[in-house]
Each structure stands twice: as structure tokens, then as C-alpha cells.
Design a protein around this ligand. Structure first.
Ligand SMILES: [Zn+2]
Ligand SMILES: [Zn+2]
Ligand SMILES: [Zn+2]
Length: 136
């Protein structure tokens, strides 16, 4: 298992430090996206800056993507295999108003949206809000 995690980091050209291995292992076990606060709660012996930098490195290397779900804290979730974090790779996110969790919906791609002439997209985010399966 740890070997797999190390390979995943290698594939994304991320040097496998002990902290990165632990954070990736944690992310692999999550059903929902996690915030920096969630990570801090799970790794109370690690300092916030180190955890933040770990997430940022993962994001820069395309291992995770960030999600602004409207709750005010950015959440992070693992990218799917082959994701380049380009607009065409993006999927819809679902925020549950009851448990406050945010889920990736990788099977629900963001549809192509027509733009007026000379408008250029740099980011797209589509958040659906409602009640998740475990809360309904
Ligand atoms: Zn991605
Ligand atoms: Zn829920
Ligand atoms: Zn996602």
C-alpha cells in the first residue's frame, strides 16, 4: 500500500517525503473533499503551514484539485487518473447542506457553455447544493 502511494507521488514528480505520504494516504481514504482544517484535525502534530504547503504542492502537480464550494474554506480532492486539471477535465461538485461535505461527481462533466465573442475561460466551477445520499 505504502509502495503504491510512493509510486503515485513519483508519477506526478513529487518527492515522497514522510508528510506527503501521510497526507496522500489520508486523502485516499476520504469520500468527500477535505479542507485545511480537516487535515489539521487529522494531523494534530503537524503544523498548519506544512500541511498547507503539502496541499499546494499536490495541487501544482495535478494530484489534487481545489474546490470553492461557497462555504468560505477551500476544499481539496484527489484528481482522477489522467486529469490535467484543464477545463475539459472538470466535473461538477456537490455540496450537502446538511453534513456540509463536498463531493466530486467525476461522472458529471461540466457541459460546454457558449461564450460571447472574445470571452476566454480560465476557470469553471459548478457547485450543486442539496442533500447527499447519507443525509437523505
Ligand atoms: Zn485535476
Ligand atoms: Zn450530507
Ligand atoms: Zn472534484
Amino acid at each position: 500500500m505504502l509502495q503504491n502511494i510512493e509510486n503515485t507521488l513519483h508519477q506526478k514528480s513529487i518527492k515522497p517525503t514522510a508528510m506527503r505520504l501521510l497526507v496522500l494516504d489520508f486523502l485516499l481514504k476520504q469520500q468527500a473533499a477535505v479542507s485545511l482544517n480537516d487535515l489539521e484535525a487529522a494531523f494534530h502534530r503537524a503544523d498548519r503551514i506544512t500541511l498547507y504547503r503539502t496541499l499546494k504542492t499536490f495541487e501544482e502537480k495535478g494530484l489534487v484539485h481545489s474546490i470553492a464550494d461557497g462555504t468560505g474554506s477551500v476544499k481539496y480532492a484527489l484528481c482522477e487518473e489522467g486529469c490535467a486539471c484543464a477545463p475539459e477535465d472538470l466535473h461538477v461538485h456537490f455540496h450537502c447542506n446538511i453534513c456540509n461535505e463536498t463531493y466530486c461527481l467525476p461522472k458529471s462533466r461540466i457541459p460546454e457553455i457558449a461564450l460571447p465573442e472574445n470571452f476566454k475561460t480560465e476557470e469553471i466551477s459548478l457547485i450543486m447544493k442539496g442533500t447527499c445520499a447519507s443525509c437523505s
